[in-house]
Design a protein around this ligand. Structure first.
Ligand code: FES
Length: 192
């Protein structure tokens, strides 16, 4: 094998770090998690990476209004840096108007109300939302920045989620689930 061939082979096998970086670039360019997802699925890393109990994602490149979809334990996870307007819209919703009034956030009390704060990354990080991208009806992957409430929309049977990922209309029974996660630095989120 020539030296040229060896280099080409090496270049074709990105490390996991390169993979996450490429994904970030892609999501930034298209600004829509739903479009990015098939790309990621195609570029899936090897089985050992998929099986990782937790992943760390650098979100420094995500400006307000941008989203990123990563794969964690075989599922898509939506990470969105919400705009102030999106946070405000979610804040204005009365709990009584919610179809599912429970936060469904693995990081807060299981009985916590689905306030926008309880659905977000918490105090000082309210703009960040991290959710498992699996519709709570039958598991389709919802589209971002879509639907009647400007959040996520599942086209399979028409479930509309708001900007806090709470189910507002359609057959899905629960808010999009929030996995265990936290910021391990200013710009790195650890999921799992
Ligand atoms: Fe999403 Fe049915 S799977 S509405």
């Amino acid at each position: 094998m020539s030296e040229h061939e060896t280099n080409a082979q090496h270049a074709a096998e990105p490390t996991r770090r390169d993979f996450l970086y490429m994904v970030t670039g892609m999501a930034g360019a298209v600004g829509a998690a739903a479009v990015a997802w098939p790309f990621i699925d195609q570029m899936r890393p090897d089985a050992s990476t998929l099986a990782l109990a937790s992943i760390e994602v650098d979100v420094a490149a995500l400006e307000p209004g941008m989203s990123l979809t990563v794969k964690w334990r075989g599922k898509p996870v939506f990470i969105r840096n919400r705009t102030a307007k999106e946070v405000e819209e979610a804040n204005q919703v009365a709990l009584a108007d919610l179809k599912d009034p429970v936060a469904r956030n693995a990081n807060v009390d299981a009985a916590a109300d689905a306030t926008d704060l309880a659905r977000s990354a918490g105090e000082g990080k309210e703009n960040w939302i991290v959710m498992i991208g699996s519709c709570t009806h039958l598991g389709c992957v919802p589209l971002g920045q879509a639907g009647d409430f400007g959040g996520w929309f599942c086209p399979c049977h028409g479930s509309h989620y708001d900007t806090a990922g709470r189910i507002r209309k359609g057959p899905a029974p629960m808010n999009l689930a929030i996995p265990t996660f936290g910021f391990v630095s200013d710009s790195v989120i650890k999921i799992g």
